[in-house]
Design a protein around this ligand. Sequence first.
Ligand code: DUC
Ligand code: ZN
Ligand code: ZN
Length: 477
Amino acid sequence: MKTLISGGTVVSSTGRTVADVLVDGETIAAVLAPGSTALGVDLATSVDRVIDASGKYVVPGGIDAHTHMEMPFGGTFASDTFETGTTAAAWGGTTTIVDFVVQYPDQNPLEQYALWHDKAAGQCAIDYGFHQILSDVQDSSLKAMDELVAEGVTSFKLFMAYQGVFLSDDGQILRAMQKASDNGAMIMMHAENGSVIDVLVRQALEAGNTSPYHHGLTRPWQAEAEATSRAIMLADLTGAPLYVVHVSAKQAVEQIAIARDKGQNVFGETCPQYLYLSLEEQLAAHSERWGAFEGAKWVCSTPLRSRAEGHQDHMWQALRTNDVQLVSTDHCPFCMKDQKELGLDNFAKIPNGIGSVEHRMDLMYQGVVSGQISLERWVEITSTTPARMFGMWGRKGVIAPGADADVVVYDPAGHTSIGVGKTHHMNMDYSAWEGFEVDGHVDLVMSRGTVLVSDGAFHGRPGHGQYVRRGLSQYLL
Ligand code: DUC
Ligand code: ZN
Ligand code: ZN
């Protein structure tokens, strides 16, 4: 099947041009001047299908490098399955996710990896890769790291928080970093000082402070900045590349910027919630049904930060200046009913997570609308950099001959109303983004040559998505 996406403005991370994109089967065959006969035929009449993209942006499909579908966590499971979560992602212009295999202490990393394949196989509407979470690093985990790299799992998440659940101590982190330095894998870090947080949480609960707002107060920016700095030091000691996940504090960004300026392979990821939402809004959140517990919808870790302290403004600046390199969602959805509700009397029992996989492209496009980032930077932080960071570039993250035909036709004149009952396909009984009215609209989504979304309808299916065996990060020499 040959498709011509004609007359749109093709945007890459480095520029834009009006062009026709020829798709042959699952890949992009050519990017040509509009109406070109360079291939010896009139494409508009010889292809099987023409998609008119005039007046629209034609961009590489979004890559969300941080999701948790069906993740067992906080006494429950993330509410999106691989089917519902990847379908919602497709609706929002994301054509690839990288999800986390979870290894809890005493579990075998390779068995968990096989289990995640079982969960995802035949269920995904879009392509997917895996990172691996390692808790409690042991000799067997280090050996597994080599085997997983060969399987295309080239990045490993460690935690400096969640004692007894995920936390690795500094010695364990050091050993995993030594292994990564040896085999080229990326160490991803949840950088928060867990023992400091545990004391603050205990003290808050003893003082009777049980509401969701106290989640943020007991995870202060100092705990994030200190852990970020410690992770950077350990990475420097071992030579391992380090990718700090879900950065929310401006002081953590500063630590990353210093390390990068020194030439260290340190990278930072932020998420839409740290650009748009704040601790003050969480304090003010109130609804008839939930009262002050309404703020539970924004309980995530790292937490939302104070707007008065300027974290959100600093994060936009860091995105522009490349002190922070990309935006993922950390999509970790839970319903209010029966899930967030677990923490009705104790914020520490609220499962941590926000669901956004459907809205990342639209939310980040608002940075273009407001002049915070360029159109090219939008493509870079949502697609091209995630592809390069996690060893998929060439096949993903770019519209060029030979690449997978993962393409989004985006209408800058369109409008999107976010919320339950509007654009909401995630398996959640609320939206963390309820009421957001955004400029721009995902008109058409193509994954490996197959149209998944067009004319406001979903044409995809579970099982279309394939596992992506990733290479090493393409940011490393
Ligand atoms: N970290 C994540 O990356 N996701 C969910 C919760 C957490 O602490
Ligand atoms: Zn984390
Ligand atoms: Zn996460």
